[in-house]
Ligand binder design. Structure first.
Ligand code: APR
Length: 231
């Protein structure tokens, strides 16, 4: 059974109403990364950071998976499918994908500031000042901030090198080490990129099939074509 690896970014959740980061209307237009998404921001102004992620978490809970999220699990009928996502929402889970690696963490989880291995499901709650882990330290968002290690990149690399087919959806490929997963999938016989505005990394690369459409327009037909290819 061929293995498909899908690398997703904020663009796949855009049509579910969640903001991307870069480009017009992006999150980083309204917020300075260094005020809300770095360890220094957490040290300087913990409550602003908690408010930022509580707001993003509320937005993510209100969002619904779109046709792109919902098409991907169908590939599991005929392929071994691994999703590597930079997104911290749970839309891939809610759409039914079963093998998902969150490279940059998960909004719906919290973790100890003393022991990063202590991770807690938030259920329907948010994180407030004074919410403590079992060791008595303040809980923080279970998110990889800028300047922090990306512990799951090693697992993600092992997945990427096994790809027979790589599908990249809705990421500017601006952020490393996530972007290095594309060259890591060098053994893939096909690489598809679905994005209305092709990432610079793949522009002019004739080894890449560029689908210059939104995720909702471009992913379902691609999934149908890949399923047909194996029938
Ligand atoms: N369908 C598909 N792609 C879209 C859509 C859409 N409807 N709308 C926008 N895009 C594309 C944009 O063209 C862009 O290439 O999605 C990409 C979004 O890029 P970014 O905003 O940079 O998001 P992403 O690549 O996921 O950012 C990576 O940066 O800030 C950090 O940790 C954060 O995980 C994030 C990482």
């Amino acid at each position: 059974m061929d293995k498909i690896v899908v690398l997703t970014g904020a663009g796949i959740s855009a049509e579910s109403g969640l903001q991307t980061f870069r480009g017009s209307g992006g999150l980083w237009e309204g917020y300075d990364v260094y005020d809300v998404a770095t360890p220094d921001a957490w040290a300087r102004n913990r409550n602003l950071v908690l408010d930022f992620y509580n707001w993003r978490r509320d937005e993510a809970r209100k969002a619904q998976p779109n046709a792109a999220h919902e098409a991907l699990p169908k590939l599991e009928e005929k392929y071994q499918v691994s999703i590597i996502t930079q997104n911290v929402d749970d839309l891939h889970e809610r759409a039914g994908s079963t093998d998902i690696l969150h490279l940059h963490g998960e909004l719906l989880k919290a973790r100890s500031t003393l022991d990063p291995s202590l991770v807690y499901d938030l259920g329907g709650k948010n994180i407030q000042p004074g919410d403590k882990c079992e060791l008595g330290s303040q809980l923080r968002p279970h998110i990889v901030w800028f300047g922090e290690d990306v512990p799951k990149i090693y697992d993600a690399m092992e997945v990427a090198v096994e790809a027979d087919i790589l599908i990249v959806i809705g990421t500017s490929l601006n952020v490393y080490p996530a972007a290095s997963l594309v060259p890591a999938a060098r053994n893939a016989r096909k690489i598809y990129v679905v994005d209305p505005d092709m990432p610079a990394m793949v522009q002019g690369d004739d080894g890449v099939t560029c689908i210059e459409k939104t995720a909702v327009e471009g992913v379902p037909p691609l999934v149908n074509q890949l399923l047909k290819n194996t029938s």
